[in-house]
Design a protein around this ligand. Sequence first.
Ligand code: ATP
Length: 270
Amino acid sequence: MNDVLLSVRGAGKNFSQGSTSRWACRDVNFDLYPGEVLAVVGESGSGKSTLLRLLAGRLACDEGNVNYRVRSEISSEENHASELINLADLSQARLRWLARTDWGFVEQHARDGLRMNVSGGANIGERLMALGARHYGQLRSQALSWMERVELDTSRIDDLPATYSGGMQQRLQIARNLVTHPRLVFMDEPTTGLDVSVQARLLDLMRELVEQLNLAAVIVTHDLAVARLLAHRILVMKDGAVVEQGLTDRVLDDPQHAYTQLLVSSVLTN
Ligand SMILES: Nc1ncnc2c1ncn2[C@@H]1O[C@H](COP(=O)(O)OP(=O)(O)OP(=O)(O)O)[C@@H](O)[C@H]1O
């Protein structure tokens, strides 16, 4: 049995504005294993994106903790390679290192996850350069091979991402994230806003890559069909709380909580 990769215990985030304070998400608990895909679903404002940002160390928890099994080369000397480390105990430099190497983050809007003023090829090569790669020929051949892998036309390698279609930009974002062989990828509504046919092909590609690379992933989506296709498990959020979680088929075919039942039935009647 593999060791847990990500362990979340009682995690929550509070946003204060003036005299009012509000929990965007509260008391979230789950474990994620290598190669496992978890979908976080719920309506707008339920706290999905905030939770994703807590998991990726982009926001600090105001309660509870998020723990990650850091690879030996980036765990500090006093920590064992196999130990789960609380993100709150990592320095900003170590968190940035994780974010650049062992994690990926696919944003809903590609412009937030790509560098729009450098070529598609440079977008893929950049994360390798952050790891010390300098050989131009090798960077270019890696970029070409990842463009092929995500089914991008390699003749577009020198074009700026702004000249790519929305679906192509998402493929580029995925290639940019996967080039360093991360173990865990966070995705925030990765197919929202794309044409239905583009979405379907992108989802197929994502499913293939997740399987081939044994990737663990946390995918925020309001689309239960995305969760059904990609996720092993589902976590349902409402008003910042997790109301139900379990295996995808169980949650979608036999929802226990009234809110999940409503979500599932509203898809069926749409
Ligand atoms: N930076 C912030 N400052 C104050 N409140 C925030 C901030 N970010 C999020 N919130 C609040 O936290 C709650 C959860 O927001 P969040 O974006 O996590 O929900 P969501 O489920 O991802 O919604 P959507 O699907 O619309 O993106 C909302 O009430 C939101 O207004």
